[in-house]
Write a protein that binds this ligand. Structure first.
Ligand SMILES: [Zn+2]
Length: 752
């Protein structure tokens, strides 16, 4: 394929986040500086690649050309000299002949090094992908005029989840990642693996699965080639959890028709299911066959599996109660042993994603066990101990850095560093889930900085770091293109390559890429402020919120969510839950600090405004406003919840505190006034992070309504007070109970 046609393909089918000086200036997205850059005489006029270079090297050259505003004709094949030529960037591999020895020896793992001399640059990579890594961070080396600079990664493995809208090479460049997890769909019919099960499928299903298989395999082949062309590995994502009835309902029913004894017996009142019994040998025959088929059809280098809250083999029949397979840790050990047995003979790797979040609690009539969460359930290590100690050590074990993923700024994982001899990977699920789902500005740079360092100490340089960039429950969203929260991706990349990268410098380097030089310092400051503001908004006194940042519907759910963090039993956090005046004062102060932080973000935006484009101002102002309106409602709710808890405790002691009626009425008024202002936007407005105008988003921006919860908190608090004061004592001007609340239903909200 020629360079020209490759470029055309990228433009037509994918969004590109690599800015060129000319395109950015033409679009008016950035200010004066890039106009000047585009007009100035180009410093570099040619890029050299080795003859017959690996596709990853060619992609790196194309990216550099694009960034420099050069055409594809500026890329030439070199004739094997390492001479530095003025105006040229020469891309070489370290094992090539005639490579400068100092340069080559400074490179470790899959890093690279740059030598600047005589107005030219040599970029030397450990292997082809290393040059993509270099192309993704030119801000570190392109301006160098003299001397040499080596750039080596801190972790041997850098995993990322694949984003289908961008080319693999671009993601490798931006993230500095060398391994990916991708959705490589398989249409499993078990025709060859378990013909007796296949025979029980209806002819229509048989036909559908066979027809889809060849399409899937063709698509997978092309995508896997794209990964290998970028010189990186790819793992196929297996279906989530191990509830086989969710993996394939058709196969599940067909299988049970042949092997009825494999059906599991669920525990009464358990949130977990028992689609299959782990004590029945046919269960594992089925799992192995299915996993093997997924691995074969994906054509990937390995498969990745996830176990959490869909344990479909939580069986409590007599067999399982007798042999212990009614226990999570034993089920996990058996499951992973069988997954490994399926993929190992195929020469494919197994990537295992552990998880812990939430807390044990009742959800309606079901009990959510939340294993691995410590306190009132097993510890994280105990849950995984048999897997760690008894499965083959080459299985990669990935663990979230968050011990609870239900709050911003959560505790550090209790499992990381305890999975040896397995290689360990620290996971960063950067999907904005607990910080406003990326609707709002919310950086996590400081958190990533300290946790990355700690994770590295625990798991070592041979371990890995992972990133899942995206937006939970968002449609049309692209975090790479987000003019605010892309800072979190940028920070992850910086820190995985330099643990000591300075937080302020990260913000500043990121902003310099996104904004004009006059606007950049203000936008860097605004985003830095957003981290604390988001923490204070969603993590009241260090406790939990909804995993999806939205408003809880009632007090019972809100209090469950307070526990949805594992801090509530720690002495330093438990004391914040005591129903006291001091704690009300504490949370009032904390929430004032949150709102003041948002005001300070607006002040930075004001200062940046004259140096931003009109579209940038419109988007940032809208999203800052969304954050402020949400925070006003959310802070009023949290403060009122603490008042409610205090009044409830007072009522238990047969007394009350009528002074609380005034602030509760004020909170009620604030929420009533601000709820209609949530998520205001012009349907024609277009954000950087969406591929369509706001009016055309498949999922409308929305985090639910604060009205129902506010009403319940207010009326129940009032009832506690009235129980002691009678109906006449409380001042009439603070009585809001008779207010009629109309809460839109989900379908009405969709129409709004
Ligand atoms: Zn069983």
């Amino acid at each position: 394929m020629t360079i020209e046609s490759t470029s055309l393909f990228s433009t037509l089918t994918r969004r590109s986040f690599l800015k060129t000086a000319s395109s950015v200036a033409a679009a008016g997205a950035l200010g004066d500086s890039l106009d000047l850059l585009a007009q100035a005489a180009p410093k570099f006029t040619a890029i050299l690649v080795p003859a017959g270079a690996h596709p990853a090297v060619r992609s790196a050259a194309e990216m550099l050309a694009k960034k420099l505003g050069l055409s594809a004709e500026a890329i030439h094949e070199s004739v094997g000299t390492d001479e530095l030529i003025k105006g040229m960037i020469s891309l070489v591999l370290k094992d090539a002949k005639a490579v400068n020895a100092t340069l080559a020896s400074s490179i470790t793992r899959d890093g690279y090094a740059v030598l600047a001399e005589n107005g030219g640059l040599i970029v030397c990579g450990a292997r082809p992908r290393s040059l993509l890594f270099a192309a993704g961070e030119t801000h570190h080396w392109l301006e160098r005029a003299q001397g040499f600079w080596a750039r080596n990664p801190e972790f041997a493995m850098r995993f990322a989840s694949h984003h289908a809208d961008h080319s693999v090479a671009e993601q490798v460049a931006i993230l500095g990642a060398n391994s990916f997890i991708s959705q490589l769909h398989a249409s499993v019919s078990l025709k060859d693996e378990m013909p007796e099960v296949y025979a029980k499928l209806s002819p229509a299903v048989q036909q559908r699965l066979s027809a889809a298989e060849s399409d899937d395999m063709m698509r997978n082949r092309a995508l896997v080639k794209e990964f290998h062309d970028a010189d990186v590995e790819v793992f196929a994502d297996l279906p989530y959890g191990n509830n086989f009835s969710r993996w394939s309902e058709d196969l599940y029913n067909a299988f049970l028709a042949v092997y009825p004894s494999a059906k599991g017996v669920p525990e009464e009142h358990s949130w977990e299911r028992a689609a299959l019994c782990p004590s029945d040998p046919a269960t594992w025959k089925l799992f192995e066959a299915y996993v093997r088929e997924c691995a074969r059809q994906s054509q990937a280098d390995g498969v990745a599996c996830t176990f959490w809250d869909q344990f479909g083999i939580f069986c409590h029949d007599e067999r399982c109660q007798k042999n212990g397979l009614d226990q999570f840790k034993n089920e996990l050990q058996v499951a992973i042993t069988h997954y490994y047995a399926a993929v190992q003979p195929m020469g494919k790797k197994l990537h295992l994603r552990t998880w812990s979040s939430g807390c044990p609690h009742w959800l309606g009539a079901d009990y959510v066990h939340a294993p691995g969460y410590s306190n009132f359930s097993q510890s994280h290590y105990e849950l995984w101990s048999r897997v760690i100690n008894e499965t083959p050590k080459e299985i990669l074990i990935q663990t979230k850095v968050y011990h609870s993923d239900c709050e911003p700024d959560p505790r550090f994982s209790t499992l990381l560093g305890h999975c040896k001899p397995h290689p360990e990977i620290v996971e960063y699920q950067m999907v904005g889930q607990t910080i406003g789902r990326h609707y709002f500005p919310a950086a996590t740079v400081a958190y990533t900085a300290w946790t990355m360092k700690k994770a590295h100490e625990l798991i070592g340089a041979d371990g890995g770091a992972e990133i899942t960039p995206g937006g939970t429950n968002q449609s049309n969203y692209d975090m790479y293109a987000d003019l605010l929260n892309s800072v979190d991706i940028f920070a992850w990349r910086e820190l995985t390559w330099n643990l000591n990268a300075n937080v302020a410098q990260i913000y500043s380097d990121w902003a310099a890429q996104m904004y004009s030089p006059q606007a950049a310092p203000h936008m860097a400051k605004a985003m830095l402020l957003s981290e604390e503001a988001a923490n204070l908004c969603w993590s009241p006194l260090g406790h939990g919120s909804s995993t999806n940042s939205d408003f809880a519907n009632d007090i019972e759910r809100r209090e469950t969510l307070l526990r949805y963090t594992n801090r509530y039993y720690l002495p330093e956090y438990a004391k914040f839950l005591e129903p006291t005046k001091e704690n009300i004062a504490r949370i009032v102060a904390e929430k004032q600090k949150c709102l003041a932080g948002i005001d300070a973000m607006f002040a930075e935006l004001e200062a940046a405004k004259p140096h931003l484009s009109e579209a940038q101002v419109a988007e940032i102002a809208t999203r800052f406003d969304w954050f402020r309106e949400f925070a006003i409602c959310n802070t009023a709710l949290d403060v009122s919840l603490w008042r409610f808890r205090y009044l409830r405790a007072q009522a238990a002691m047969l007394t009350t505190d009528p002074a609380e009626v005034k602030p509760l009425a004020e909170a009620f008024d604030a929420v009533t006034q601000h709820a209609p202002k949530l998520f205001h936007y012009d349907p024609a407005q277009k954000f950087t992070c969406y591929d369509v105008p706001l009016g055309q988003l498949r999922t409308k921006p929305n985090l639910g309504s604060p009205l129902r919860l506010m009403h319940e908190i207010y009326t129940k608090s009032l009832a506690f007070m009235e129980a002691s004061t009678g109906p006449d004592y409380l001042p009439k001007e603070f009585i809001r109970a008779e207010v009629e609340i109309n809460i839109p239903t989900e379908s009405e909200r969709q129409r709004m």
